[in-house]
Design a protein around this ligand. Structure first.
Ligand code: ADP
Ligand code: PAZ
Ligand code: K
Length: 266
């Protein structure tokens, strides 16, 4: 079994894949062989020992004991310090040498970023998974701490994309700086024209982000042609009901991309 860890700036997403179970386009999709998954908060102050404790306890709660059955690990991290802690935890306590994903590895995808090593490894994992599941050209929208857009050309190359503030980052900034506004539940508004403060915020955040995403997809398509659009990330389901262009939601895109990268490089 393969331990896949996607260290984001807000949460660490962990999945365990049984690699003897097929996944992909024809059988199982991105969750084929996914035996368990969980999320833990990204915190800078954990030691590698504490991180190992969290990981092994969560694995056990999913009836996946860390000590038997894990024969590989792959990590992507957008937070270098926490990523290093996770790698150290896996090395010290799980006796595995994790594959650490970066644009400097040969991932089987041509990376046309000016400096391939600068691309977020989560964005590359998303791209590898997209190419396994769908036909390019494509656009992946990942709703996390940031909202990222990745463009995959018709020849299957990673072209780059866009990085926008994430939904919660934007909402937090708004509430912390607008004295008269207070926190609300984010459910989709019935009208774009809000007739109360709560409805106006819901409109601005949810419909506003959806419009931004739809508008970005149109601009990307002007450069790469009509594309398959796939959404992922912890906040995807908040925005996609209001989006015209993001109709496909793949919650396990990044984890599945990590599995594919591991299998490709071994
Ligand atoms: N199942 C879920 N439904 C709705 N929101 C979720 C879910 N899981 C996580 N989240 C939210 O998603 C955010 C984290 O998204 P994620 O894509 O993991 O970001 P990052 O990769 O930047 O850490 C958190 O704010 C969390 O509250
Ligand atoms: C853009 C990101 C912050 C998104 O990370 P996340 O929101 O998932 O934590 C991350 O992919 C990153 O730090 N990328 C490096 C810069 C780049 O991709 O160009
Ligand atoms: K991410």
């Amino acid at each position: 079994m393969l331990l896949c860890v996607d260290v984001g700036n807000t949460q660490i997403v962990v999945g365990v894949y049984d690699q003897s179970v097929k996944a992909g386009k024809d059988s199982g999709g991105a969750s084929g062989g996914l035996m368990g998954h969980f999320r833990i908060a990204t915190r800078n102050d954990y030691s590698s020992d504490e991180m190992a404790l969290l990981l092994s306890q969560m694995l056990e709660m999913r009836s996946l004991s860390a000590s038997n059955g894990l024969d590989g690990a792959v990590v992507s991290s957008t937070n270098p310090a926490v990523g290093a802690t996770v790698v150290e935890a896996i090395r010290r306590w799980f006796d595995l040498d994790p594959l650490v994903v970066s644009g400097d590895l040969d991932l089987g995808v041509e990376v046309r970023y000016e400096r391939p090593g600068d691309v977020g490894p989560d964005r590359l994992a998303d791209t590898v998974a997209f190419l396994d599941l769908y036909e390019p050209p494509g656009i992946v929208v990942d709703f996390g701490t940031a909202t990222t857009f990745d463009a995959i050309g018709s020849d299957g190359a990673y072209l780059g994309g866009a990085i926008a503030p994430g939904v919660l980052v934007s909402v937090d900034a708004l509430f912390s700086r607008a004295a008269a506004l207070s926190r609300i539940d984010m459910t989709a508004p019935t009208h774009a024209i809000g007739n109360s403060t709560v409805e106006a915020i819901r409109s601005g955040v949810l419909l506003g982000f959806a419009a931004m995403v739809d508008g970005m997809c149109a601009r990307f398509e002007a450069e790469i042609g009509p594309s398959k659009v796939v959404g992922t990330g912890g906040l995807c389901s908040l925005i996609t009901p209001s989006s015209v262009r993001v109709k496909t939601h793949e919650p396990w895109l990044t984890l599945y991309g990590l599995r594919l990268v591991y299998e490709y490089t071994r």
